[in-house]
Design a protein around this ligand. Sequence first.
Ligand SMILES: *Cc1c(COP(=O)(O)O)cnc(C)c1O
Length: 354
Amino acid sequence: MKKHNFYAGPSILPQVAIDETINALKDFAGTGISLASISHRTPQFDDVMNEAVSLFKELLNIPEGYSVIFLGGGASSQFAMIPFNFMRKKAVYVNTGTWATKALKEAKMFGDVVEVKSKDFFSLPKNIEVDKDVDYIHITTNNTIYGTEYKEDLDYGVPVIADMSSDIFSRPIDISKYTLIYGGAQKNLAPSGVTFVIVKDDALGKVDHKIPTMFNYATHTSKNSMFNTPPVIPVFTALQTLKWIKANGGVEGMLKRNNEKADKIYAEIERNPIFKGTVAVEDRSIMNVCFIMEDKYKDLEVEFQKFSAEKGMIGIKGHRSVGGFRASIYNALDIESVDALVKTMQDFEKEHIK
Ligand SMILES: *Cc1c(COP(=O)(O)O)cnc(C)c1O
């Protein structure tokens, strides 16, 4: 039976990216050596890094004056690296969920943090007023756990830093609105182990304190992510995913595909009397679709888990902090998988409502 991969991360990747990685693990670029055991200083790997950076820039239409780097440490390391590199006194943190909360906690070690929040994490704060004297505002564009998403690139009048771990490459982005964009690659791009950072070069080097070499973005931008050993295998896979995105209509193609998938699944959640959505309609994510049982059918939750697993639905259990269900429908997920989930929900309805 076909498995439909709705994991939130690590998560589904294009099959071609997996296949090409398997091939390279056997024989990388005709060298007769595995990608797992070749020096990152070879011209062949240099080509991989350069091509990954240039495709990243091409697909996201990144203007001159920005660098793209690949680091280890996950998005979570960036929570500290960002204030280390950008905080002089004060920053605004828009707290929209679990990851944003973690980012905010790290920032407090470096300066004053102004927290902006909605009443709960099921809707997003809007029309945020920002004092002009802050060093930056930090936002999380897609909240992987709660399933809310800012789908537009907003102006705040101060430098904007964004965690785009779980929606990078899902839509076109106006990069010029941001000073820095970062994310763990394991949601939409690559296996875990690599973190991407897009940074405006002239925003670096503005803090007075010293920054240890490895935690200074300038170290990595000046060495093309090769100051130390980069995560070789995930960078290779990222390149294969980028090629797949390009072959499938670029980020515009991804947005169209993602909107189609999201529309289908949200429509079913609204129609089906057994299920209901959890977040404000205007803030719904097109990457992570969260839903729960209607009160009347609460007792059926465990049964739906079992029922959907039997039909090949993998990874739709909600995050442990929220409960219910979450279908992550990242770029690489085919619409057939969404159709299969919708059919599963309909079959479940037929079994329980006569
Ligand atoms: C998954 C995720 C993270 C954490 O990423 P790690 O690479 O595991 O540190 C941070 N922010 C968001 C929005 C995420 O989805």
